[in-house]
Design a binder for this molecule. Structure first.
Ligand code: PCA
Length: 220
């Protein structure tokens, strides 16, 4: 089953959706294919922006590579910084149809699953490492209710059931400048900065240190 003896990291990005021509997550993620970061090989996979198939495509890549760390990346148009997701909830509530035309409303991701899963990545350490690299980043307490929340819930469910040694989580990124020009006033981040951010996140995720006890809490 394991065809990769060297330790590795699996990073996924999504296909474009919602009328966009590109998805900045896959644009950045594919630039990391084949890199080696601190002895970990980087493998990448583009996931379909579809409720029905995204989790099985992710499961296929996990089974293929047996990664130590799985990082799923997605576009969050309108967010201004790298947003490190803390939690995924067991709800699909689609504002727009996905790329297969499906628009689930208030269905569970996993019928028998718990209400939510937390990431097991050291999110505060990741945030600190990004800030030390001068990259704006924050902890997010909602990954939304669309395909990104769906994939994060699916990932953490898979880890909980079958791969408890894997560290996994989800990161949302802003529009690229080339997208933001079509969304009046929307914030953006350059691809170069996003690629640097992904490298910083991988380094922090594989460091195997426990998380920091620093607040990233909000009062509203
Ligand atoms: N962003 C969407 C789905 C795919 C993506 O890149 C989301 O935030 O749910």
């Amino acid at each position: 089953m394991t065809n990769s003896v060297k330790p590795c990291v699996l990073i996924t990005g999504f296909a474009p959706f919602g009328g966009e021509k590109i998805n900045p997550s896959w644009q950045a993620v594919q630039a990391l294919e084949g890199l080696n970061i601190d002895g970990f090989a980087i493998h990448t996979k583009e996931l379909p922006c579809e409720f029905d198939t995204s989790i099985s495509v992710l499961q296929g890549a996990i089974n293929k590579y047996s990664p130590h760390v799985v990082l799923c990346i997605g576009q969050a148009g309108g967010r201004a910084d790298i947003s490190i997701e803390r939690v995924a909830i067991n709800v699909n509530d689609a504002r727009i149809a996905d790329n297969a035309g499906a628009q689930p409303i208030d269905t569970p991701v996993v019928a028998t699953g718990p209400a939510a899963y937390f990431t097991n990545l050291p999110i505060k350490r990741i945030q600190q490492a990004l800030h030390q690299s001068d990259i704006p980043a924050s902890i997010s307490n909602t990954a939304g209710t669309y395909v990104c929340n769906h994939i994060m819930y699916g990932l953490m469910h898979e880890i909980t059931l079958h791969h408890q040694n894997i560290k996994g989580g989800f990161v949302h990124i802003p529009y690229l400048p080339s997208q933001a020009v079509h969304h009046n006033g929307a914030p953006s981040m350059s691809q170069e900065t996003v690629i640097s951010a992904l490298k910083v996140i991988v380094t922090a995720a594989i460091s195997n240190k426990t998380d920091l006890k620093v607040t990233a809490g909000t009062t509203h």
